[in-house]
Write a protein that binds this ligand. Sequence first.
Ligand code: NAD
Ligand code: UDP
Length: 341
Amino acid sequence: MVMLLTGGAGYIGSHTALVLLEAGYDVVVYDNLSNSSPESLRRVERLSGRSLTFIEADIRDTARLEQALTEHAVDAVIHFAGLKAVGESTEKPLAYYENNVGGTLSLCQAMRAADVRTLVFSSSATVYAESDEMPLTEAAPTGRPTNPYGSSKLMIEWILQDLYAANPDWSIAILRYFNPAGAHESGEIGEDPNGIPNNLLPYVSQVAVGRLEQLSIYGNDYATPDGTGVRDYIHVMDLAEGHLKAANAIARASGLHLWNLGTGKGYSVLEAVQAFERVSQRPVPYRVVGRRPGDIAQCWADPRKAEAELDWQCSRGIDDIMADAWRWQSHNPQGYRDSER
Ligand code: NAD
Ligand code: UDP
């Protein structure tokens, strides 16, 4: 089976490419490298002992996408490509809608033209309405996201639902990720954000490695056990394996499915920092500052639907996440830039 991964050079895409290659799939990565390095793919090839096809192109180029789908006889698409910085999306809403929503429309048009009807989409728990009721099942109401990034994910979910309603011969999986974190256990591939990281884990590991001075904890006055925000951190390899299971499941029959990919367990910012310090044996200096606009107090998944329907389960815990994040960061202090020089 041939899988095309849009955004496959990025953080989650590269780990998924590795899992797919190891499972025997042929992989085509289609990425414009706007937020990634081709070095990630070289390392995926090295780790798997197999080669993949890389196409450097933009998903908004519908003709190029259609050609790629046809030329490589693609069976299914996993759609990771998109812009993901929440703060930046507020400053550049049009860029986010154009890339994420426009890019997805272009992809669906190319797929229709090439007669490829199997699609796995990277959505996010950010589409859920803020709630005091945890964990979140797939039936929990969606909300009005507080930023254009979140809105773009919800809009794409609606587009895919409408596409499926009109074309019930399509097979679509919408995967709502909770908080992806960690790295492949080899320490060879991992998360390599441009500039100052927005997310907790890359920030913590860059403080630990000495690239950044101090972590700012955004608020300790939430209604949570220690006052800091609670999230469901899922190991990126468990997440990648979820994609393999989802792609297998939807290849069998047409349908539209929603699946949460999370662990079902929430950790506070302070608990996450303590786990990182314990596992890495490195101090993570921090100070508590005000809340970050748009943040919510708590968010964790009920993963039972995915577990039952995909025969999938997270096998890695918070200590594995921290150990693997640290191995990646300490072996590659400047990320992939270390090998590009
Ligand atoms: P990433 O930035 O590492 O990967 C995205 C990839 O898409 C990058 O390689 C980038 O170069 C590529 N890309 C962006 N725009 C493109 C375009 N127009 N054409 C071709 N390629 C393009 O991000 P990630 O963390 O791997 O996230 C993958 C997907 O998962 C994204 O859609 C993201 O919104 C979603 N997601 C991520 C998280 C998270 O915390 N990392 C959480 C929920 C959902
Ligand atoms: N967070 C923090 N400092 C940072 C980055 C994040 O205190 O530098 C907190 C944030 O307020 C939230 C948690 O860590 O409670 C996870 O944030 P992240 O941005 O990683 O994910 P998301 O907000 O999308 O769940």
